[in-house]
Write a protein that binds this ligand. Structure first.
Ligand SMILES: [Zn+2]
Length: 205
């Protein structure tokens, strides 16, 4: 049986990392409020994640860029933009856009939803799978800037052309919010809730 801080009567301050007794209500060093476990973080995380999932609909259905080429206006959604890149023989860029705009947001939303379900409903998912997934989500988090990189790259590439003008369209706002909200949903979750569940489960998978 592994011992946790709370079994030893200890509670870590989330602000300054000072160790306090689990009976203390405020940190002895910085005075912040102490929580042995932040169960409300689960609700906040769910709320942010569901909002992100809803915003994913307009982000994919509405045009994300407006291109003006010699007076012709072209509206592209994320998907039609990728098709357009493939047809224009810009295959490597199409792959980057696909990963940044479709794969990454979906993996993040599905991954986070799996964690929240695992904690909320005690799903029978093995320790190993949850751990591997947790590291994948963490690793993907570092790549969220890729979306911004892709947008600036696309605009730079397009503006190199003569009479071409690229502007972000309504879906760009929704898309930026999806990225922001999934980041926040992962950030607000008290991960100690996940470890609690893993420690209780005696699986060897
Ligand atoms: Zn503190």
């Amino acid at each position: 049986m592994k011992q946790q801080g709370k079994d030893l009567g200890l509670c870590l301050c989330t602000v300054c990392r000072q160790l306090n007794g689990s009976d203390d209500s405020h940190c002895s060093r910085c005075g912040s409020e102490l929580h042995v476990r932040d169960y409300s973080s689960l609700q906040k995380s769910w709320a942010l994640l569901i909002t992100a999932a809803i915003l994913l609909v307009p982000a994919n259905l509405y045009p994300i860029t407006v291109l003006t080429n010699q007076g012709k206006v072209r509206h592209d959604t994320i998907f039609s933009g990728i098709i357009h890149l493939v047809q224009s023989d810009m295959f490597p860029i199409a792959i980057i856009v696909f990963i940044a705009s479709i794969l990454v947001p979906w993996v993040k939303i599905i991954g986070l939803a799996t964690y929240l379900c695992a904690i909320s409903f005690n799903l029978p998912i093995s320790k190993k799978k949850l751990m591997v997934g947790f590291h994948i989500i963490e690793w993907i988090g570092r790549w969220s800037m890729l979306d911004l990189f892709v947008i600036s790259l696309t605009v730079a590439l397009v503006n190199m052309g003569q009479l071409l003008d690229a502007k972000p369209a309504p879906a760009a706002t929704a898309f930026a919010l999806v990225i922001l909200l999934t980041q926040l949903a992962a950030k607000v979750l008290d991960t100690r809730l996940l470890w609690d569940r893993l420690e209780n489960q005696d699986d060897t998978n």
